[in-house]
Ligand binder design. Structure first.
Ligand code: ADP
Length: 475
């Protein structure tokens, strides 16, 4: 028997492989109809031949969509576990986070690995990261990069014959709306299943699953307590319910008690609600200093978005209600046909620098924090894309799939040119922020006071702001 462990040494490090997941449908509670649908697929996978004789084939792809924490990964593992098949997992962001050109070859690796263990299951979480609609310029994540990865997935799924090497591909997303329609066509992800938030009965069932290894005073006590928690947890996901029980277990141990009681459960619920809300809508839990940093960040992003407006994708609003490592600024959908000029690419690099530059300006080089860390990555990636893939720079007219393809002298040239663009972008960004410093302050104040601000008001402030003249920044 081939051993999956050897994968650990392969270059396909981003793939996690399990020979047996050990997860079954017993582990997933609530939403029984989902299990019924998937059980059917498992039966087909198991008795491949029998079903084929009857002309019944397994779908090639199953797409699970719904909010995070509702058990999509768990279901994918359960399908593998129930069918006794090896499980290959990757995350959509793994394909695009890295260097230009890697996406397609990573997709190839993933499928090649899974196929050599067929029948097997491939799971791609956050498939929207690589499978979002094509056609937009989206230079943000390297549109061409993403597109190549997506095309590769389509090729792989079209390529394999169902009868010989069955590989079932399971995708998960919470953004069905932005997926490329090509992915959803027949012969690809043709089974689409919504995994929603659990109902009250569903929540009770989920709580029971996760209470299996916990101690309660008695069965009746447990029943009554879980019933009460299920009542109080509308809109909670399975992952959050699991957390409540874990947290209650920890509190119980800390108090040196033998059984989880009502007090511990309610305390755990309160804590979970706290984190639950900070991640979502409520800004009261965000520490003041972080709020200030978020407000400055969003204000800087807003001012840069006014200075270098994106003609195809206007910004709409922003807020400081959630903490993420990327700006909260929201944009309208792309509209019309898009013709990006070199200057548009450069503007987007300058815009991308805003979070980093404002933090340095306001808090000092030694006092920057992670909420602006992604900006540096984003801006460098854009610069690399411009240099390697558009033929619009002094680098030359050739197209380079991947910076790993570059010979050492070219790699050095790329670095020098990229640094050149980055230096200019950071300086230009700083100069814009200084020129519109009063607008930055006004927008920051409004964000701190109201928590959110709309495009209209941002434009108004920007247009009226007194400007502080700055020396010219040359490329
Ligand atoms: P998703 O992939 O949808 O983000 P996960 O499968 O990662 O969610 O869920 C995280 C954890 O939450 C699971 O491992 C499981 O312990 C718990 N969980 C979520 N939904 C359920 C459910 N319906 N039944 C049992 N446990 C669940």
């Amino acid at each position: 028997r081939r051993v999956l462990g050897s994968l650990g040494q392969s270059r396909a490090k981003f793939i996690s492989a399990e020979e047996r997941t050990g997860v079954t449908f017993e582990d997933f509670a609530g939403q029984e109809y989902i299990k019924r649908e998937l059980q059917e697929i498992v039966r087909i996978l198991k008795n491949d031949e029998e079903f084929q004789n009857k002309g019944i084939y397994c779908p090639k792809g199953v797409l699970l969509h719904g909010p995070p924490g509702t058990g999509k990964t768990l279901l994918a593992k359960a399908i593998a576990g129930e069918a006794g098949l090896p499980f290959f997992a990757a995350n959509g962001t793994d394909f695009v986070e890295m260097f230009v050109g890697v996406a397609a070859s990573r997709v190839k690796d993933l499928f090649a690995n899974a196929r050599s263990f067929a029948p097997s299951i491939i799971f791609i979480d956050e498939i929207d990261a690589i499978g979002s609609k094509r056609g937009g310029p989206d230079i943000g994540g390297g549109g061409a990069e993403r597109e190549q990865g997506l095309l590769q997935i389509l090729t792989e799924m079209d390529g394999f014959k169902v009868s010989t090497s069955q590989v079932l591909v399971i995708g998960a997303t919470n953004r069905l709306d932005i997926l490329d329609p090509a992915l959803l066509r027949k012969g690809r992800f043709d089974k689409i299943i919504r995994v929603g938030l659990p109902s009250k009965d569903g929540r009770l069932a989920i709580l029971k699953v996760h209470a299996r290894n916990k101690f309660f005073r008695s069965e009746e006590d447990k029943e009554a307590l879980l019933e009460e928690i299920a009542m109080l947890t509308e809109d909670f996901t399975g992952a959050e319910l699991q957390n409540i029980l874990n947290e209650a277990g920890i509190l119980t141990a800390r108090k040196d008690l033998d059984y989880i009681g009502r007090e511990e459960l309610l305390e755990a619920l309160k804590r979970q609600k706290g984190t639950f809300e900070t991640g979502q809508e409520d800004s009261t839990e965000i520490p003041e200093e972080l709020k200030l940093r978020l407000a400055y960040r969003e204000a800087a992003v807003a001012v840069l978005a006014c200075y270098f407006p994106d003609p195809y994708r206007p910004f709409t609003e922003t807020d400081i209600k959630s903490i993420r490592s990327q700006p909260n600024m929201r944009y309208a959908e792309f509209s019309g046909k898009v013709f990006l000029r070199k200057s548009d690419y450069i503007s987007s690099i300058v815009r991308a620098c805003a979070p980093r530059v404002i933090e340095e300006e306001m808090f000092g080089v030694d006092n920057m924090c992670w909420i602006s860390a992604k900006a540096t990555l984003e801006a460098s990636r854009l610069a690399e894309f411009l240099i390697l893939q558009t033929g619009m720079t002094a680098f030359g007219k050739a197209y380079y799939r991947n910076q790993n393809d570059l010979l050492p002298n070219l790699a050095a040239k790329l670095e020098a040119l990229r640094d050149e663009y980055m230096r200019f972008s950071v300086e230009k960004c700083a100069s814009v922020l200084r020129e519109f410093y009063s607008a930055v302050e006004t927008i920051t104040d409004i964000l701190l006071e109201k928590g959110e601000i709309k495009a209209e008001e941002i434009w108004d402030i920007y247009n009226r702001a007194p400007r502080i003249p700055q020396p010219t920044v040359n490329p």
